[in-house]
Design a protein around this ligand. Structure first.
Ligand code: TMP
Length: 225
């Protein structure tokens, strides 16, 4: 079977969720399923995805508490990384008809820097639009679970936690509430999956949602005005 591409334009799918929601496992599986079905898939992540964006990720996740990163600096670094990522990796792949699977994107910025850090949502949306050139996901899968469960998984998974993992439980509860508020605003784009169950069950539901979505007729342009 030859490689399938989406003739008119690619498809941009993002996975979102709090720490320990299991996004990485699920995105790896989804990439395999779609590749096996013959689609050309680009799997990537944020912050990161290009050399410059990965360097910015390193700063974001490891910055020393000796010089606290301000919320504004954090947001601007995220946007700088996103601008590089969208320009050099995501847009070219979509223009090529590929399916782009991205671990986190703009919703994470609204949830972490907006709902949890308290930065102005309107400013974040406007600056994000500059960074992305107006690109928004076609479909977003939100893996939702209680914060206590996610943080416990994260602690068990990794000996070393990054700067954001180490935030308080209260902070992560605000992130979760933020994601759920965003999903309520855009139920057509953002689908909530219960991530507090065995990975196999989540996989099956996630695959079903994506395959079902792809079977629908093409929607109008992904660009927001
Ligand atoms: P992850 O790759 O381990 O999921 O995490 C990257 C971290 O970066 C995570 O703690 C969330 C954070 N982040 C933001 O704060 N804002 C953003 O816009 C993005 C994409 C990630």
């Amino acid at each position: 079977m030859g490689t399938k591409t989406r003739q008119t334009r690619g498809l941009f799918i993002t996975l979102e969720g709090i720490e320990g929601s299991g996004k990485s496992t699920q995105i790896n599986h989804l990439a395999k399923v779609l590749s096996k079905a013959g689609y050309r898939v680009l799997q990537t992540r944020e912050p990161g995805g290009t050399a410059t964006a990965e360097a910015i990720r390193h700063i974001l996740l490891t910055a020393s508490s000796q010089e606290p990163v301000t919320p504004q600096t954090e947001a601007l670094l995220v946007f700088a990384a996103r601008c590089q990522h969208v320009t050099h990796l995501i847009k070219p792949a979509l223009q090529n008809g590929d399916i782009v699977l991205c671990d986190r994107f703009s919703d994470s910025t609204l949830a972490y820097q907006g709902f949890a850090r308290g930065l102005d949502l309107q400013w974040l949306r406007e600056t994000n639009a500059v960074a992305t050139g107006g690109l928004a996901p076609d479909l977003t899968l939100l893996l939702d679970l209680p914060v206590s469960v996610g943080l416990a998984r994260r602690r068990a998974d990794r000996g070393q936690q990054n700067r954001l993992d180490r935030e308080t439980e209260r902070f992560h509860r605000k992130v979760r509430r933020g994601f759920l508020a965003l999903a309520a605003e855009e139920p057509g784009r953002m689908k909530i999956l219960n991530a507090n169950r065995p990975a196999q069950e989540i996989r099956d539901e996630l695959t079903e949602i994506v395959i079902g979505w792809m079977a629908k007729p093409p929607r109008p342009s992904r660009r927001r005005s």
